[in-house]
Design a protein around this ligand. Sequence first.
Ligand code: PGA
Length: 221
Amino acid sequence: MIIANFKSNKNKSEISEWAQKFQQLAPSIQHSVVLCPPTPHLVAFETIRSERISLGVQDISSYPAGSYTGAVSTHNLVGFGVSAAIVGHSERRSHFHETNQDIANKVRECLAAGLTPIVCVSASEVVATANALDASERAKCVVAFEPIEHIGTGTSDTLAHILETKDQVISAFGKVPYIYGGSVNLSTAPEILHSPEIDGFLVGSACLDAQTFHSLIQSCA
Ligand code: PGA
């Protein structure tokens, strides 16, 4: 599973240019790819969706549909073909002060709506994030290890540390899919991209160019 997190990048014309380029390259893709554009741009990716390429959001409301101004609920997404949501990204935790309780509520909203929650944790957050969920909820998460010191820095973590953290994740969450994010690109991460122990990647900067992102996908084992 390779997840593209566009963060708050790209306007309407930039997204449609990306979509056009990626659509041409998409037929050769053999991996599962989840595209998480800024929410207003989901429609631009509608025609790219396929058996292998699905759509996700970068965050979800911790509340159901209702009077929660500015929040995007799972109900708002019905009809857009969204199947996953990134939850608890470090940028949400730091800039928007999200707590593990907020993250647990978001996971519950996802699960109630049939969306896969992709729960982001740094190594120090693994246990507290897992403890805010019950066992049946934990079992339905995909966990993304996202070391803050490697996000957007151009250096990825070592395979040894990623695998060490995997052990912590599996003991806290159970045997869930385990993915890595933090400056994943062709030059920083060749050994990580080929590790059979890692079930996927969460890609930020390296997804912003369609051709580069496609090359990254193609280089994964
Ligand atoms: P990056 O972002 O690839 O730019 O480091 C990854 C992330 O924030 O998930």
